[in-house]
Ligand binder design. Structure first.
Ligand SMILES: NC(=O)c1ccc[n+]([C@@H]2O[C@H](COP(=O)([O-])OP(=O)(O)OC[C@H]3O[C@@H](n4cnc5c(N)ncnc54)[C@H](OP(=O)(O)O)[C@@H]3O)[C@@H](O)[C@H]2O)c1
Length: 314
């Protein structure tokens, strides 16, 4: 099969399209013929070697998010059969999605939303799971509560606004000026341009502050939280990890999300998509062979919604 691989950490041009063997599914794994894969910033972080203390085996096939068709299942897999259309998330440390075939554990994929194409479906898992697990599990966001979502127009932010809106929260969201109409269309009640708004000086108080972009730490915005409010960050700095674990009994919580690939949550997202309550916007689609260009675009941090690799042209 064709796959994007790299044999050392480095800039985007360490990645190349190579001919490699099709992986064989283990007893609890499913082999998927990939139609589309989606990019996430963690793909670039791993390629640059930022997680090299955890990941040192080469060659690596990058990519977590995929959609496609089941072609084989392991002997202990129930519920999936060849021909099923699926989407899912391979853990970032495992990767494998920038390829014509990927093997994943049976509990890390689900049936694809029927209303979405493969490219759209591939854009959902990692970013939408992050948004869901942050707002529902870490922040316990409730109907009627006020949430601030900072960095609302990228992959995670786009889903966070829609999920918070669907959960019945009052959503204040920030983006650059060019994306204000976009985040309003996703369900944000109040839309702020972060370039001209001093977010830390806002008079409102929020039950949840979700710092998706990662430059509004708990220390910077804790005074914007209600007395029992929760701050959630996506950025795994030592300080943020420390706060996550060292403040379990504090009334104001500071949490750091570490996204988990879970079939139940993927099923939940599929149902929301098929009911028309969740949509995904793809900024750009690249062919698999142009993974270098795709990652370079993602790294501009200007993508609106998702960046997708088309493995089988639709
Ligand atoms: N811990 C975890 O489990 C986990 C999981 C998923 C993601 N993450 C992390 O979460 C972050 C966001 O991920 P993503 O997929 O949403 O990234 P992304 O899609 O690349 O984000 C792009 C967005 O960032 C916005 N942006 C750029 N500069 C900004 C600024 N100064 N202030 C606020 N927003 C700005 C842009 O909006 P404008 O063009 O409107 O400025 C753009 O829409 C990344 O650092 C990622 O690594 C962590």
């Amino acid at each position: 099969m064709k796959a994007i691989r790299y044999h050392r950490y480095g800039p985007t041009d360490v990645m190349a399209l190579e001919e490699v063997p099709v992986p064989r599914p283990g007893a609890r794994e499913v082999l998927v013929k990939v139609h589309a894969a989606a990019l996430n910033p963690v793909d670039c972080e791993i390629r640059k070697g930022r997680l090299s203390f955890l990941l040192w085996r080469f060659p690596r096939i990058p990519g977590s998010d995929f959609s496609g068709e089941v072609v084989a299942v392991g002997s202990k897999v129930r519920g999936f059969h060849p021909g099923d259309l699926v989407y899912g998330m391979s853990p970032a440390f495992q990767g494998g999605a920038y390829a014509e075939y990927v093997c994943v554990r049976r509990d890390r994929l689900a049936f694809k939303p029927a209303t979405l194409g493969f490219g759209e479906a591939a854009g959902i898992p990692l970013a939408a799971l992050t948004a869901l697990q942050s707002l529902r599990d870490l922040a316990d966001l409730q109907r009627g509560q006020k949430v601030f979502i900072h960095g609302a127009s990228g992959g995670v932010g786009m889903f966070a606004v829609q999920l918070a809106h669907a959960m019945g929260a009052h959503v204040t969201a920030s983006s650059s000026a060019r994306n204000l109409d976009f985040i309003r269309s996703l369900g944000a009640d109040v839309c702020l341009d972060y370039a001209i708004t001093d977010i830390a000086a806002l008079p409102e108080r929020f039950d949840v502050f979700f710092d998706v972009y990662g430059n509004h730490s708990f220390g910077r915005v804790h005074h914007l939280l209600t007395p029992t409010g929760t701050h959630v960050t996506t950025i795994p700095t030592i300080k943020n990890i420390g706060r996550h674990f060292l403040r379990p009994f504090a009334v104001q919580k500071s949490k750091m999300v570490a996204v988990q690939s879970r079939r139940d949550d993927l099923d939940h997202l599929r149902i929301l998509c098929d009911k028309g309550l969740l949509r995904t916007i793809t900024d750009r689609i690249f062919p698999l062979a142009q993974a270098v260009e795709a990652q370079e675009f993602l790294e501009t941090r200007r993508a609106r919604g998702k960046v997708v690799l088309e493995v089988i042209p639709s």
